[in-house]
Write a protein that binds this ligand. Sequence first.
Ligand code: ATP
Ligand code: MG
Length: 514
Amino acid sequence: MPESAIAVPRFMSEVPEGTDVSETRKGMEMLGFTAEGDEGLFTQSLNVGRVLAAKDGEGGSLYKQVIVEIGRRATKSTSIMATLIGRAMARPGYKAVVTAQSGVIASSIILEHGEMLENNGYAGYKRKTSDDVEGDGTMRLLRNGGREKIEFSNKSVIWCVPPTAAAVRSKAADDVWIDEGGEHEGEKGQSFLDGVRPLMDTRGELAQLILSGTPGIARVGMFWDALEDARKGTDPDDGIVDYSLSDEEYGELDPRPWDDLSEEQQEIERAVWRRIHPGPSSYKPDGSTLTSVRTLERRRAKMPFHQFVREYLCYWPADAMTSAIDMGAWAACERPAVSLPDKWAWAYDVAPDGSAAAVCAAWRDDDGNAWLEVLDYRPGTDWLPKFVQAHRGTQRFGIAYDAINANLDPAAVMEAFKPRVKTNGLHMSKGVVPAQARFVRELNAGRIRHSGQPTLTTALEGARWRESEGGRLFGRKASANDVAPAVAASLALHVYDTDVAKRSTGGGFTGMFD
Ligand SMILES: Nc1ncnc2c1ncn2[C@@H]1O[C@H](COP(=O)(O)OP(=O)(O)OP(=O)(O)O)[C@@H](O)[C@H]1O
Ligand SMILES: [Mg+2]
């Protein structure tokens, strides 16, 4: 297996040399899992086990709060539960509380793992009637609806609670584990977390709060806040294991449906999956993997893109809080203005309320850099068809636009001119979505060139992402400024790359202006 095919965490806390993961391994064995990895654990389980087990100089937990973010079905829950079971076995009288986004889900976590222990022969503790499950007497699973519990013969206990502050009041626990952290709602999640912390006050230096899950639907809430803090690493008590896609890597992916991607683009995406989702590099003893790339392909083909990247690649949806553009990268791409070359593409865009419109040009220079220029940006739209008509003499290609709402009228006016001014209306999945993805990709690769026109810089500065079914877009409402110049510039570049660049400019040209 090539090195690059192994998933690697984007953030992982330092773990002291010689950290002992025997608790995680013991729990995994009891649950009936082995793997072809170090210590018989999948790499991600080993990483989770190591961060959870890391000790400070005095033998206390090095990380009092640990965040685990790994894609769906990547053995997060199993790895953490295994660790709690291992601790219950090793420390008589140990107490752990498990919760999730609802009490029902918390119960099912206890039931599911308790039954695995039963099936592997560990039941039978305090067995009274023949209805009680037989076993070696290590533990028993109490199935009282909503109060499921695993009791061990050494007086250790792992139980579940619903995620409310009232449910945990005046209890005490060594460890508290909150699973599916991303699903806990904003205020409620935070007040629950605040209610949970005191549980561990009197339990000594080993006590640990564990938060795990995949991203929520927006970059807010307790899991996001805890994750961001741990990523920054400002609090030495925070530990983290985070397999996730960065904003920059997201920009490199093509959000179109899987089957619409070229073989090359699919291969680029598969390489990203292998790096971020541990499934394809988690080998079981029989040589099969936890999740195959083919399974991920099926999920990608069936789910909306934004949901796939959220659940499998742990990409938190960009929201109104997130700037779409790295303005540092934009500033670094500024160069003295140059004149328009022979061949260039153009596009226009109108603000949704018709208050302003922009016309932009794009082309590539001999070094392959993509130049963007605002030809004009003015209030209203009356000027737009005339402007395009006046400039069509210098331009052989139809002007591109995003074929929705306020953009449709000016196009109709141009098409009705005699002689006709040809336009090129693009639909979302073939137009604005890939255009904006291309723009961000080129910008992050340092291949954009511009002359620092304030209209374009201002539009980009205020640009915020909006997630839609078809992919990620500059949000027209979400953005702080009118994004029309940014939309027009990215469309122009997209049309240049996908169409104009491939056309001959020589004699006999039959371009879009015929
Ligand atoms: N070492 C292992 N070998 C084989 N299968 C395993 C192993 N560890 C866990 N599994 C199985 O893999 C599946 C996914 O594991 P788990 O539920 O822990 O993942 P998860 O990351 O919590 O997923 P989700 O995001 O859906 O909650 C489960 O069916 C689990 O029993
Ligand atoms: Mg889980």
